[in-house]
Write a protein that binds this ligand. Structure first.
Ligand code: NDP
Length: 477
């Protein structure tokens, strides 16, 4: 069956279809999904613009109830949705179910936030005048998402956009239309009015560009790679649009001399390799104090040897496949680059044969690497991490901050003094002490600094900074 786009409240076939297959088993067809062309996207934008006055003036309770129904249904169907997610993206079934559950909770959280959008009232500096500061929705929001969190990232953009009274044109990554379609289907059946939410699946070079360039789209929220994000940022700025970019990372995890070895190994193993390392918050630079280096590497390699890399649906799989052939090629290219640069592979890095034909890569750990190497400067976005040996904590902090990125950082230490110091000196937007760099809560701000992010933070109540605009009103009484 063809899963269609949702445009102006109608399921629309589009001019061609794309096949969604599993990276765990390329013979596993998840479904066929309609690809939108430029005219479809224009119609979706028109519909969103036409629906904006009604939706923005709907009561917060009306909006809240719809989001609550969406969140409740996603939570109730988390196992079924998680299975589709695991099949199309390749993360393990437990990871995928947890992501579906998180998406449900995000919708429910913003169902509550829809009711809590407050303003301010002040006396003017001039007698007899009152000042009000109110927040208003922006209008039509373009939402463009990557493949690595196919339901959580769309949820944390769509839910606040709708909660605060905006209308949406949503383009998911072409690789993962399945979860995007589920969100559209659930929203549609939850009673979202026609045109308020529109799904346009298809290629970024076609669908994404129309969204970014359309004068009717007032703001664009994008998560993805640095080059695409920067191009979109420039396009938006040239057209006077608001833009929010969540981009890559090259996140450091410091293992201090006094770290609890088991904690440090678990934090590194999870942060670097779970979800096949395909998390923008993954710890790809393990910065290890000379005093603990050899023991840490020995224990981490042992733990990596116990990881089961297999079909994401198989019970007991710890690491699923790489998400696509092209991402696998990128990972292998960087493994070659690392070797050529003089780093040594202490574990993994080779292809694995499983019972099904998929993109299975043994998680790779480089040692003897330096922070100047390309493997430590450029985002690989796969199950590849490298150890950088440092002589003390001071050098570790300097290396951690010596990167163009600034999304997440971590430290493993038993010292309150070092933890407090690192919290202050880290140049990342999110700092983790004895917890993996990847894995965040949905009710607090998410985002980075430097080349990792641009614009206001996502998630939690801070999401309102992007999805609303301030208006200052002066009233003579
Ligand atoms: P891309 O930047 O290639 O794609 C992201 C989205 O942008 C996709 O939907 C893509 O469409 C779309 N797109 C591509 N070209 C254009 C264009 N010209 N105009 C408008 N839209 C376009 O990233 P990936 O999907 O490959 O994701 C991996 C990257 O995302 C990694 O580098 C990772 O670091 C980053 N990322 C960052 C996160 C963060 O929060 N900081 C979170 C997750 C990932 P399509 O693919 O359909 O062609």
């Amino acid at each position: 069956m063809l899963n269609r786009n949702l445009i102006a409240g109608e399921w629309t076939a589009g001019s061609f279809a794309s096949r969604n297959t599993s990276p765990s088993d390329i013979s596993d067809l998840i479904g066929e999904y309609a690809s939108a062309d430029a005219q479809d996207v224009d119609r979706a934008i028109e519909a969103a613009a036409a629906a904006f006055p009604g939706w923005s003036r709907a009561t917060p309770e009306f909006r809240s109830d719809i989001l609550d129904r969406v969140g409740t249904e996603i939570l109730a169907r988390q196992e079924e949705i998680g299975r589709i997610l695991a099949r199309e993206e390749g993360k393990t079934l437990p990871e995928a179910i947890a992501e579906a559950s998180r998406a449900g909770r995000i919708f429910r959280y913003f169902a509550g936030e829809a009711l809590r959008l407050e303003g301010e009232r002040l006396d003017s500096i001039r007698a007899g005048i009152e000042v009000e500061i109110i927040r208003e929705p922006e209008g039509v929001i373009g939402i463009i998402t990557p493949w690595n969190f196919p339901i959580a990232i769309p949820a944390w953009k769509i839910a606040p956009a709708l909660a605060y009274g905006n209308t949406v044109v949503f383009k998911p990554a072409d690789l993962v239309p399945g979860c995007a379609w589920i969100i559209a289907d659930v929203l549609h059946r939850a009673g979202i009015p026609s045109g308020v939410f529109n799904l346009v699946m298809g290629k970024g070079s076609i669908v994404g560009e129309v969204i970014v360039r359309s004068p009717r789209v007032r703001a664009v929220s994008f998560t993805g790679s640095v080059p695409t994000g920067r191009r979109i940022g420039v396009e938006c700025m040239e057209r006077g649009k608001k833009v929010q970019l969540e981009l890559g990372g090259k996140n450091p995890l410091i293992v201090a001399a006094d770290a609890d070895l088991d904690v440090a190994v678990n934090v590194a193993l999870n942060g670097s390799y779970f979800s096949t390392g395909q998390r923008c918050t993954a710890s790809s630079r393990l910065i290890v104090d000379d005093a603990i280096h050899d023991k840490f590497v020995e224990h981490l390699v042992e733990a990596m040897g116990r990881l089961k890399v297999d079909n994401s649906l198989n019970p007991g799989t710890d690491v699923g496949p790489v998400a696509s052939q092209s991402q696998l090629e990128q990972d292998l290219k960087y493994i070659d680059i690392g070797r050529a640069e003089g780093a040594r592979l202490a574990f993994g890095g080779e292809l694995i044969k499983a019972e099904t034909e998929g993109y299975f890569l043994k998680p790779a750990l480089f040692v003897d690497s330096t922070n100047e190497m390309r493997i430590n400067r450029e985002e690989i976005f796969g199950p590849v991490a490298s150890v950088i040996r440092v002589k003390n904590y001071e050098e570790a902090v300097a290396v951690a901050n010596d990167t163009e990125f600034g999304l997440a950082s971590g430290i493993s230490t038993t010292s309150l003094k070092l933890a407090s110091d690192f919290k202050r000196r880290s140049q990342a937007g999110m700092v983790m002490v004895n917890v993996p760099t990847a894995g965040v809560d949905y009710h607090v701000p998410f985002g980075g600094r430097k080349a990792s992010s641009y614009g206001p933070r996502e998630q939690g109540k801070h999401a309102r900074e992007f999805y609303t605009s301030l208006k200052t009103v002066y009233v003579q009484s």
